[in-house]
Design a protein. Structure first.
Lengths: 195, 219
């Protein structure tokens, strides 16, 4: 997994030095689905994403993606039963997700001064830290995962070299050992800049 | 320059906003309260009519330490009211000295203190002013050596555990000196401040233990 992260880092730096490149910094919300929403039902409003894209031509780019989203839910006074045992207490559940992806995008349109919708796909490493605090105890699952991430979005020009960026990204993270198969939709809004 | 400042402001704003709203966890000591119950599914709780409740609490303390008995009578009275709510009657040992109650109840209390020691190594940092960026590059990459001891501080917290145990005296294994538990209820949480807070949490915990054990009433 370290090799994968290193390769993505090298790819990211290489692409960032391409003649045409765009960087974006976004506020990211997360909406868990599947096992993720079973574990934490509340959406995440704590997230940030940084992207770099190097253009191969007017309609294709390759790049790197890094994000941090925190999912959190407090389950106050919940009762859990297992066989004859019952436990009541307040649980604090957290998921910190750190996707580090290599990604490719296709743009509908070639004029960077007009709104451009795009489709994208990413693959790479996900650092997932899942924790439950209960009483004075804490149970943590901390693993590297492999995951995939299709995406749809739009760049909307707001200046000579600045664009509003809005995108919706689906993350699917394959489970390892005893962890969940994490999946969520990430809705990002932010600014992109570059030449 | 203006664009750079805007970008810097956007980056700083997002970063600060993210850290500022990082979710908190436990806020009060009562947030750590846990109530655990378990029972023997082969025991017929519906057949219980009489109980015996020990009138003292067993304190589990370090050797030589004096137990704090300020909450003993309160804990016993709270357990007793829940036993009576089940419709069970107190067994009078003077009237029936040769008989056993249907169930016996004992309680114990244990307080455990956990200590955490944190250690701060002191070292100078750039902000102290003696660093001159152009002249001190010869020292680039050097580590810090500090011949004095760092600063340490200690935090501690105490957790209290109240255990309520029920058993049928007739089922005690006298040969191996083992008692088969019919029911156990445990309350655990970080000790707070003040007797009033402790009583509130103990009452809530004991009531919860009985509430989450409807089978005690034969249900």
């Amino acid at each position: 997994m370290k090799l994968l992260v290193t390769l993505m880092g090298v790819a990211f730096i290489t692409l960032a030095t391409q003649s045409q490149s765009i960087y974006s910094l976004n506020y990211t919300m997360g909406f868990g689905v599947g096992e993720t929403s079973d574990f934490i039902g509340s959406p995440s409003f704590r997230g940030v994403t940084f992207e770099g894209r190097g253009f191969l031509d007017d309609q294709f780019s390759l790049g790197g993606y890094f994000s941090w989203s925190t999912f959190y839910e407090k389950l106050a006074g919940e009762k859990f039963t297992d066989g004859t045992a019952t436990l009541t207490g307040t649980q604090y559940r957290y998921i910190n997700a750190f996707p580090m992806l290599f990604q490719a995008h296709y743009y509908f349109g070639t004029d960077e001064y007009e709104p451009r919708a795009y489709l994208g796909a990413g693959a790479g490493a996900y650092k997932m830290i899942q924790r439950v605090d209960l009483g004075v105890w804490s149970i943590e699952e901390n693993h590297w995962h492999f995951g995939l991430s299709p995406e749809v979005g739009i760049f909307y020009p707001v200046g000579m070299d600045s664009q509003l960026n809005v995108n919706l990204k689906y993350h699917y993270v394959f489970g390892v050992e005893n962890s969940l198969n994490y999946s969520w939709f990430g809705l990002s809004v932010g600014f992109a800049w570059g030449d | 320059m203006k664009n750079l400042l805007i970008k810097f402001a956007v980056v700083s704003g997002i970063a600060l906003g993210l850290f500022a709203c990082y979710p908190e966890g436990v806020e009060t000591t009562s947030d750590t309260d846990l109530v655990y119950t378990n029972y023997d599914p082969d025991f017929n709780f519906a057949g219980v009519q009489t109980y015996y409740l020990a009138d003292s609490i067993q304190h589990i303390v370090d050797e030589g330490e004096e137990p704090d008995r300020s909450l003993d009578s309160f804990i016993i009275s709270e357990i007793e009211s829940n036993l009576m709510n089940l419709g069970w009657s107190e067994f009078d040992t003077t009237l029936f000295p040769e008989q056993n109650p249907d169930i016996a109840v004992v309680a114990s209390l244990m307080v455990t203190t956990t200590y955490n020691v944190y250690y701060y190594p002191w070292y100078p940092y750039w902000g102290w002013g003696w660093y001159k960026s152009s002249n001190s590059m010869d020292y680039y990459g050097y580590g810090w050596y500090y011949p004095w001891y760092g600063t340490s501080y200690v935090t501690s917290y105490s957790t209290g555990t109240v255990a309520m145990l029920m058993f049928d005296p007739d089922r005690a294994d006298t040969t191996n000196k083992l008692i088969n538990l019919s029911w156990a209820g445990l309350l655990n949480g970080i000790a707070g401040y003040g007797i009033s807070d402790a009583k509130t949490r103990i009452t809530r915990g004991i009531n919860q233990a009985f509430e989450q054990s409807p089978y005690l009433g034969g249900n």
